[in-house]
Design a protein around this ligand. Structure first.
Ligand SMILES: Nc1ncnc2c1ncn2[C@@H]1O[C@H](COP(=O)(O)OS(=O)(=O)O)[C@@H](OP(=O)(O)O)[C@H]1O
Length: 351
């Protein structure tokens, strides 16, 4: 039987083949594009994590006192309490930029809670770990500092927190040299509770140190307070703030009330969002009070559907301190607190 070739049928078949080949190529290119995108983000994120980071704290005993010690973190170390979710800029147009805002203190004020809560905001990109650039790693230069920052899109605010900046004398001038317009945030808390919290952290690492009561005094019988003991020294807020005000106007410094950050996190977060010029997106609906922990927790942290409280090292049980020592510390801090309220233009009500 003779075969009959219809030229129209041939062209139709050819066209069908071309369409199939074209769709196949488009699918392959899209898959390759997606795969490369994932790899690039992963590689960038890994290279960021592989930088060792020094964590600093006053927790080694030296002549019955604590001294500053650094711990070198291992590559890939996740800082306790941090949900490292919004530091991964997956968008290809995102870049690493120097921070627009820094939480500069105070240690044990509630800085981790503040940072984790702020990370819920889509216009904030925050570094999870503490870079300690201005106090410890300044010689590494701004390009190193920038490389530590998470990738951010235009218009997003880049942030970091290093609570030790507030008490390091050289830090205000260094931050000013980087950016005179930077926004600074300080979480302050009753200096006595702060000191006990600090001490609680110290004994968790070095259980054999003397009691809080004995470390409080230079000489217990004369009642002379040892104001240079780090847990007490950090609480002299007016003294530290003075150094910042020599470089920055008060309008560039925002104070978060540490006690209210616990009792009314949404209220404090509202004020911080205003200060940063952001829409109030973080509200009451993001928090719930966890009775077991005794602190507010997040209903849904960014990138997760599960409720999240800060880790075990946040919200520790404090040792019971002799009420007479507390009374002496009240008297000691009172003039410093009043001076601080005046300088900050805000009464924090610590009595
Ligand atoms: N939501 C929530 N969850 C847990 N803890 C909270 C929270 N808000 C504030 N705080 C208080 O934060 C204290 C720790 O402060 P920091 O995060 O600034 O500590 S650190 O300087 O980074 O080590 C921590 O101090 P301790 O209670 O002594 O552990 C808490 O009192």
């Amino acid at each position: 039987m003779a075969t009959f070739n219809n030229p129209l049928m041939d062209i139709r078949r050819l066209l069908q083949k071309l369409v199939i080949m074209f769709s196949f190529s488009v699918t392959c290119v899209s898959m390759l594009y997606l795969w490369l995108g994932c790899c690039e983000s992963e590689l960038l994120d890994r290279s960021q994590n592989s930088q060792p980071i020094l964590l600093t704290g006053w927790y080694r005993e030296n002549k019955n006192k604590t001294v500053l010690r650094e711990t070198l973190t291992a590559p890939g170390y996740a800082v306790e309490g941090s949900v490292d979710v919004n530091s991964q800029g997956k968008d290809w147009t995102a870049t690493r930029r120097l921070p627009h805002a820094i939480i500069i203190g105070v240690k044990k004020g509630g800085t981790r809670a503040l940072l984790e809560f702020l990370r819920l905001h889509p216009d904030i990109r925050a570094l999870g770990s503490e870079p300690h650039f201005f106090d410890r790693h300044y010689t590494r230069g701004l390009s190193w500092y920038r490389s530590m920052m998470p990738k951010a899109l235009d218009g997003q605010i880049v942030m970091e927190k290093t609570p030790r900046y507030f008490v390091t004398p050289e830090t205000p001038a260094r931050i000013h040299a980087m950016s005179r317009n930077i926004k600074l945030i300080v979480v302050v808390r009753d200096p006595i509770t702060r000191a006990i919290s600090d001490y609680t952290q110290i004994i968790s690492k070095t259980p054999d140190i003397p009691s809080f009561e004995s470390l409080t005094f230079k000489n217990r019988s004369t009642g002379q307070i040892d104001s240079l003991w780090s847990p007490l020294y950090i609480g002299l807020y007016a003294k530290h703030l003075e150094r910042w005000l020599a470089h920055f106007p008060l309008t560039q410094i925002h104070f978060v009330h540490g006690e209210r950050l616990i009792s009314n996190p949404a209220g404090e977060l509202g004020r911080v969002q205003d200060f940063l010029g952001l829409q109030r997106i973080i509200t009451d609906k993001h928090f719930y009070f966890n009775k077991t922990k005794g602190f507010p927790c997040l209903k849904k942290p960014e990138g997760s559907s599960k409720p999240h409280c800060l880790g075990q090292t946040k919200g520790r049980t404090h040792p019971k301190i002799d009420p007479e020592v507390i009374r002496k510390l009240r008297d000691f801090y009172q003039p410093h607190n009043l001076e601080f309220y005046q300088m900050a233009g805000m009464d924090f009500g610590w009595q």
